[in-house]
Write a protein that binds this ligand. Structure first.
Ligand code: PXP
Length: 240
């Protein structure tokens, strides 16, 4: 059964709306862990729109499961990550104008930059994952870049607007997962997963961890964070 990483960026998005704010991000992370999250995920964006440096430092000392820091390969962010020492760093593409991470990293095009960042992070004992499209060439390039973990972008699957597209994108993820496994990579997946579409991905063989944020935080508005995480954990644990 895949593990569940809960991304709490959007708890911070809400907190940033007022200053001072009573929304305690550390408590949110704690509740996620108590409700079954296997890891806590945050993205320190270059524009600091939600997660702040102080959040990552506080989470580093309070998270008991695993802290997974999503980050770009910008030099400043890599330097900060080396000092935060999260358990895992997930390298993602980052564009200022986007609402959320659009598409995976182009590992082929950014080979040098990515390899350099991976080396620096690994030297600090941080596990490194690359967020990529379910594309065999990108997976091969990720392996060559020296990582042992990849996260497959499930956005195309999640946004499919017909049964034919759902099937096609699910098959792509399935094939990508077995190819990556054959190369000895640990395979995670995430982006756009929700209470309706998660089971098909969770049921694929060899998926190690699913990272889910937006849908859980939205559902928490109605049922509370603990219940929202518990319900997602239950779906991830269902074997179809
Ligand atoms: N995985 C990665 C690498 C991401 O960048 C994001 C979005 O921050 C997620 C998972 C979670 O996506 P969502 O918020 O759509 O569940």
């Amino acid at each position: 059964m895949p593990k569940l990483g809960v991304n709490i960026d959007h708890v911070a998005t809400l907190r940033q709306q007022r200053k001072p704010s009573q929304l305690d991000l550390i408590l949110a992370a704690k509740l996620c862990e108590l409700s079954g999250a296997d890891s806590i995920v945050v993205h320190l964006r270059e524009d600091r729109r939600h997660i702040q440096e102080a959040d990552v430092r506080a989470l580093r000392s309070s998270v008991n499961t695993k802290l997974n820091l999503e980050m770009s390969v910008a030099e400043e962010i890599v330097r900060l990550a080396c000092s935060f020492k999260p358990d895992q760093a997930t390298l993602v593409p980052e564009r200022r104008q986007e609402l959320t991470t659009e598409g995976g990293l182009d590992v082929i095009k950014l080979k040098k930059k990515i390899e350099g960042s991976v080396k620096k992070l690994k030297k600090q004992g941080i596990d490194v994952s690359l967020f990529i499209e379910p594309d065999l060439k990108q997976i091969r390039a990720a392996k060559d870049a020296g990582v042992s973990i990849i996260e497959l972008h499930t956005g195309a699957y999640a946004n499919s607007d017909s049964l034919a597209k759902i099937k096609k994108n699910l098959l792509k993820i399935k094939e990508a997962t077995s190819y990556a496994c054959g190369l000895g990579l640990i395979v995670n997946a995430g982006h756009g997963l929700d209470y309706n579409n998660v089971c098909a991905i969770a049921g694929l063989s060899h998926i190690y961890e699913l990272n889910i944020g937006y849908s859980i935080v939205c559902h928490a508005v109605f049922v509370g964070l603990e219940q929202a995480v518990r319900q997602m954990k239950k779906l991830v644990d269902i074997q179809l």
